[in-house]
Design a protein around this ligand. Structure first.
Ligand code: OAD
Length: 244
């Protein structure tokens, strides 16, 4: 299933970076965005995931995030997340660069996680920036308000917004330095995040894609592993580290 080249490169690598998308959380029960059952088939991103929509109709946007917050609170990391947490222990430098907002990598025990699109477990006031946990506001059916009166929004990146600069800089640096770079469970179509695999490749990394199906990235990857990340990643851990 895995090439000798991948196993030997990974065994020897001091620097490994892993770029993840909604697919790695699919086996935990988090819906992906695209594809047949994707969230964007049922909801329009321009109505829900942008700042103007929030100002226009805060209660609707809150309802949608509250629904997703509840799903995420009830689910657990899957074997793919745990395999990556295990991989981190085997390399001197290891980073996960995730587009996911579900916090499942940290919950699985991963330490170095750069969050390009924010984190749905955090919230902040759009006026005074005071932060709020989900626990403090989840019971509210209407868009919650800060003690200063401002609207509280989820700490996630919406369409038209910049990525958090520190997370992007750290993720880009990890991609540039990686000897082996994995792209796992992402359709690799949302930029700038989707440029990371090519940044890694241009800088000399061995680029491996893990996905249920081929994507925009597949023809540029050095190796494509088709299947579920929750099955492939644990097998890779076994194949690579059992005698190390
Ligand atoms: P997508 O929904 O675009 O893509 C999910 C990918 O995961 C697809 O390529 C699936 O084939 C693959 N997949 C599904 N189940 C899988 C499994 N069990 N194992 C491996 N692969 C699997 O999600 P993202 O690429 O994460 O942005 O989407 C990127 C961004 O688009 C999101 O972060 C979000 C969205 O708009 C923001 O909200 C800013």
């Amino acid at each position: 299933m895995f090439s000798d080249k991948l196993i030997s490169r990974l065994k020897d690598a001091k620097l490994v970076a892993v770029f993840t998308g909604a697919g790695i959380s699919a086996e935990s029960g988090v819906p992906t965005f695209r594809g047949e059952d994707g969230l964007w088939k049922k909801f329009r991103p321009e109505e829900l995931a942008n700042f103007d929509a929030f100002i226009r109709n805060p209660d609707l946007v809150w309802e949608w995030y509250r629904y997703r917050k509840k799903i995420i609170a009830d689910i657990k990391p899957n074997p793919g997340h745990y395999a990556l947490a295990e991989m981190e222990k085997r390399h001197e430098h290891f980073a996960i660069i995730t587009q996911n907002i579900d916090n499942l990598h940290r919950r699985a025990g991963s330490k170095t996680v750069y969050e390009l699109h924010g984190n749905i477990e955090r919230n902040y006031c759009i006026d005074c920036r005071k932060s709020y946990s989900n626990k403090e506001i989840i019971a509210q059916e209407k868009a919650p308000r800060c003690t200063c009166g401002g609207l509280i929004r989820p700490d996630v990146v919406w369409f038209g917004e910049f990525l958090p600069q520190d997370q992007w800089d750290a993720g880009e640096a990890a991609a540039e330095r990686a000897e082996v770079f994995f792209s796992v469970g992402t359709s690799a179509v949302v930029y700038p995040a989707a440029s990371l695999p090519m940044i890694a490749k241009r800088a000399g990394a061995y680029v491996v894609e893990i996905n249920l199906e081929r994507t925009e990235l597949s023809h540029q990857a050095d190796e494509v592993l088709l299947g579920k990340s929750g099955e492939i990643l644990p097998k890779l851990i076994n194949a690579c580290y059992q005698n190390k």
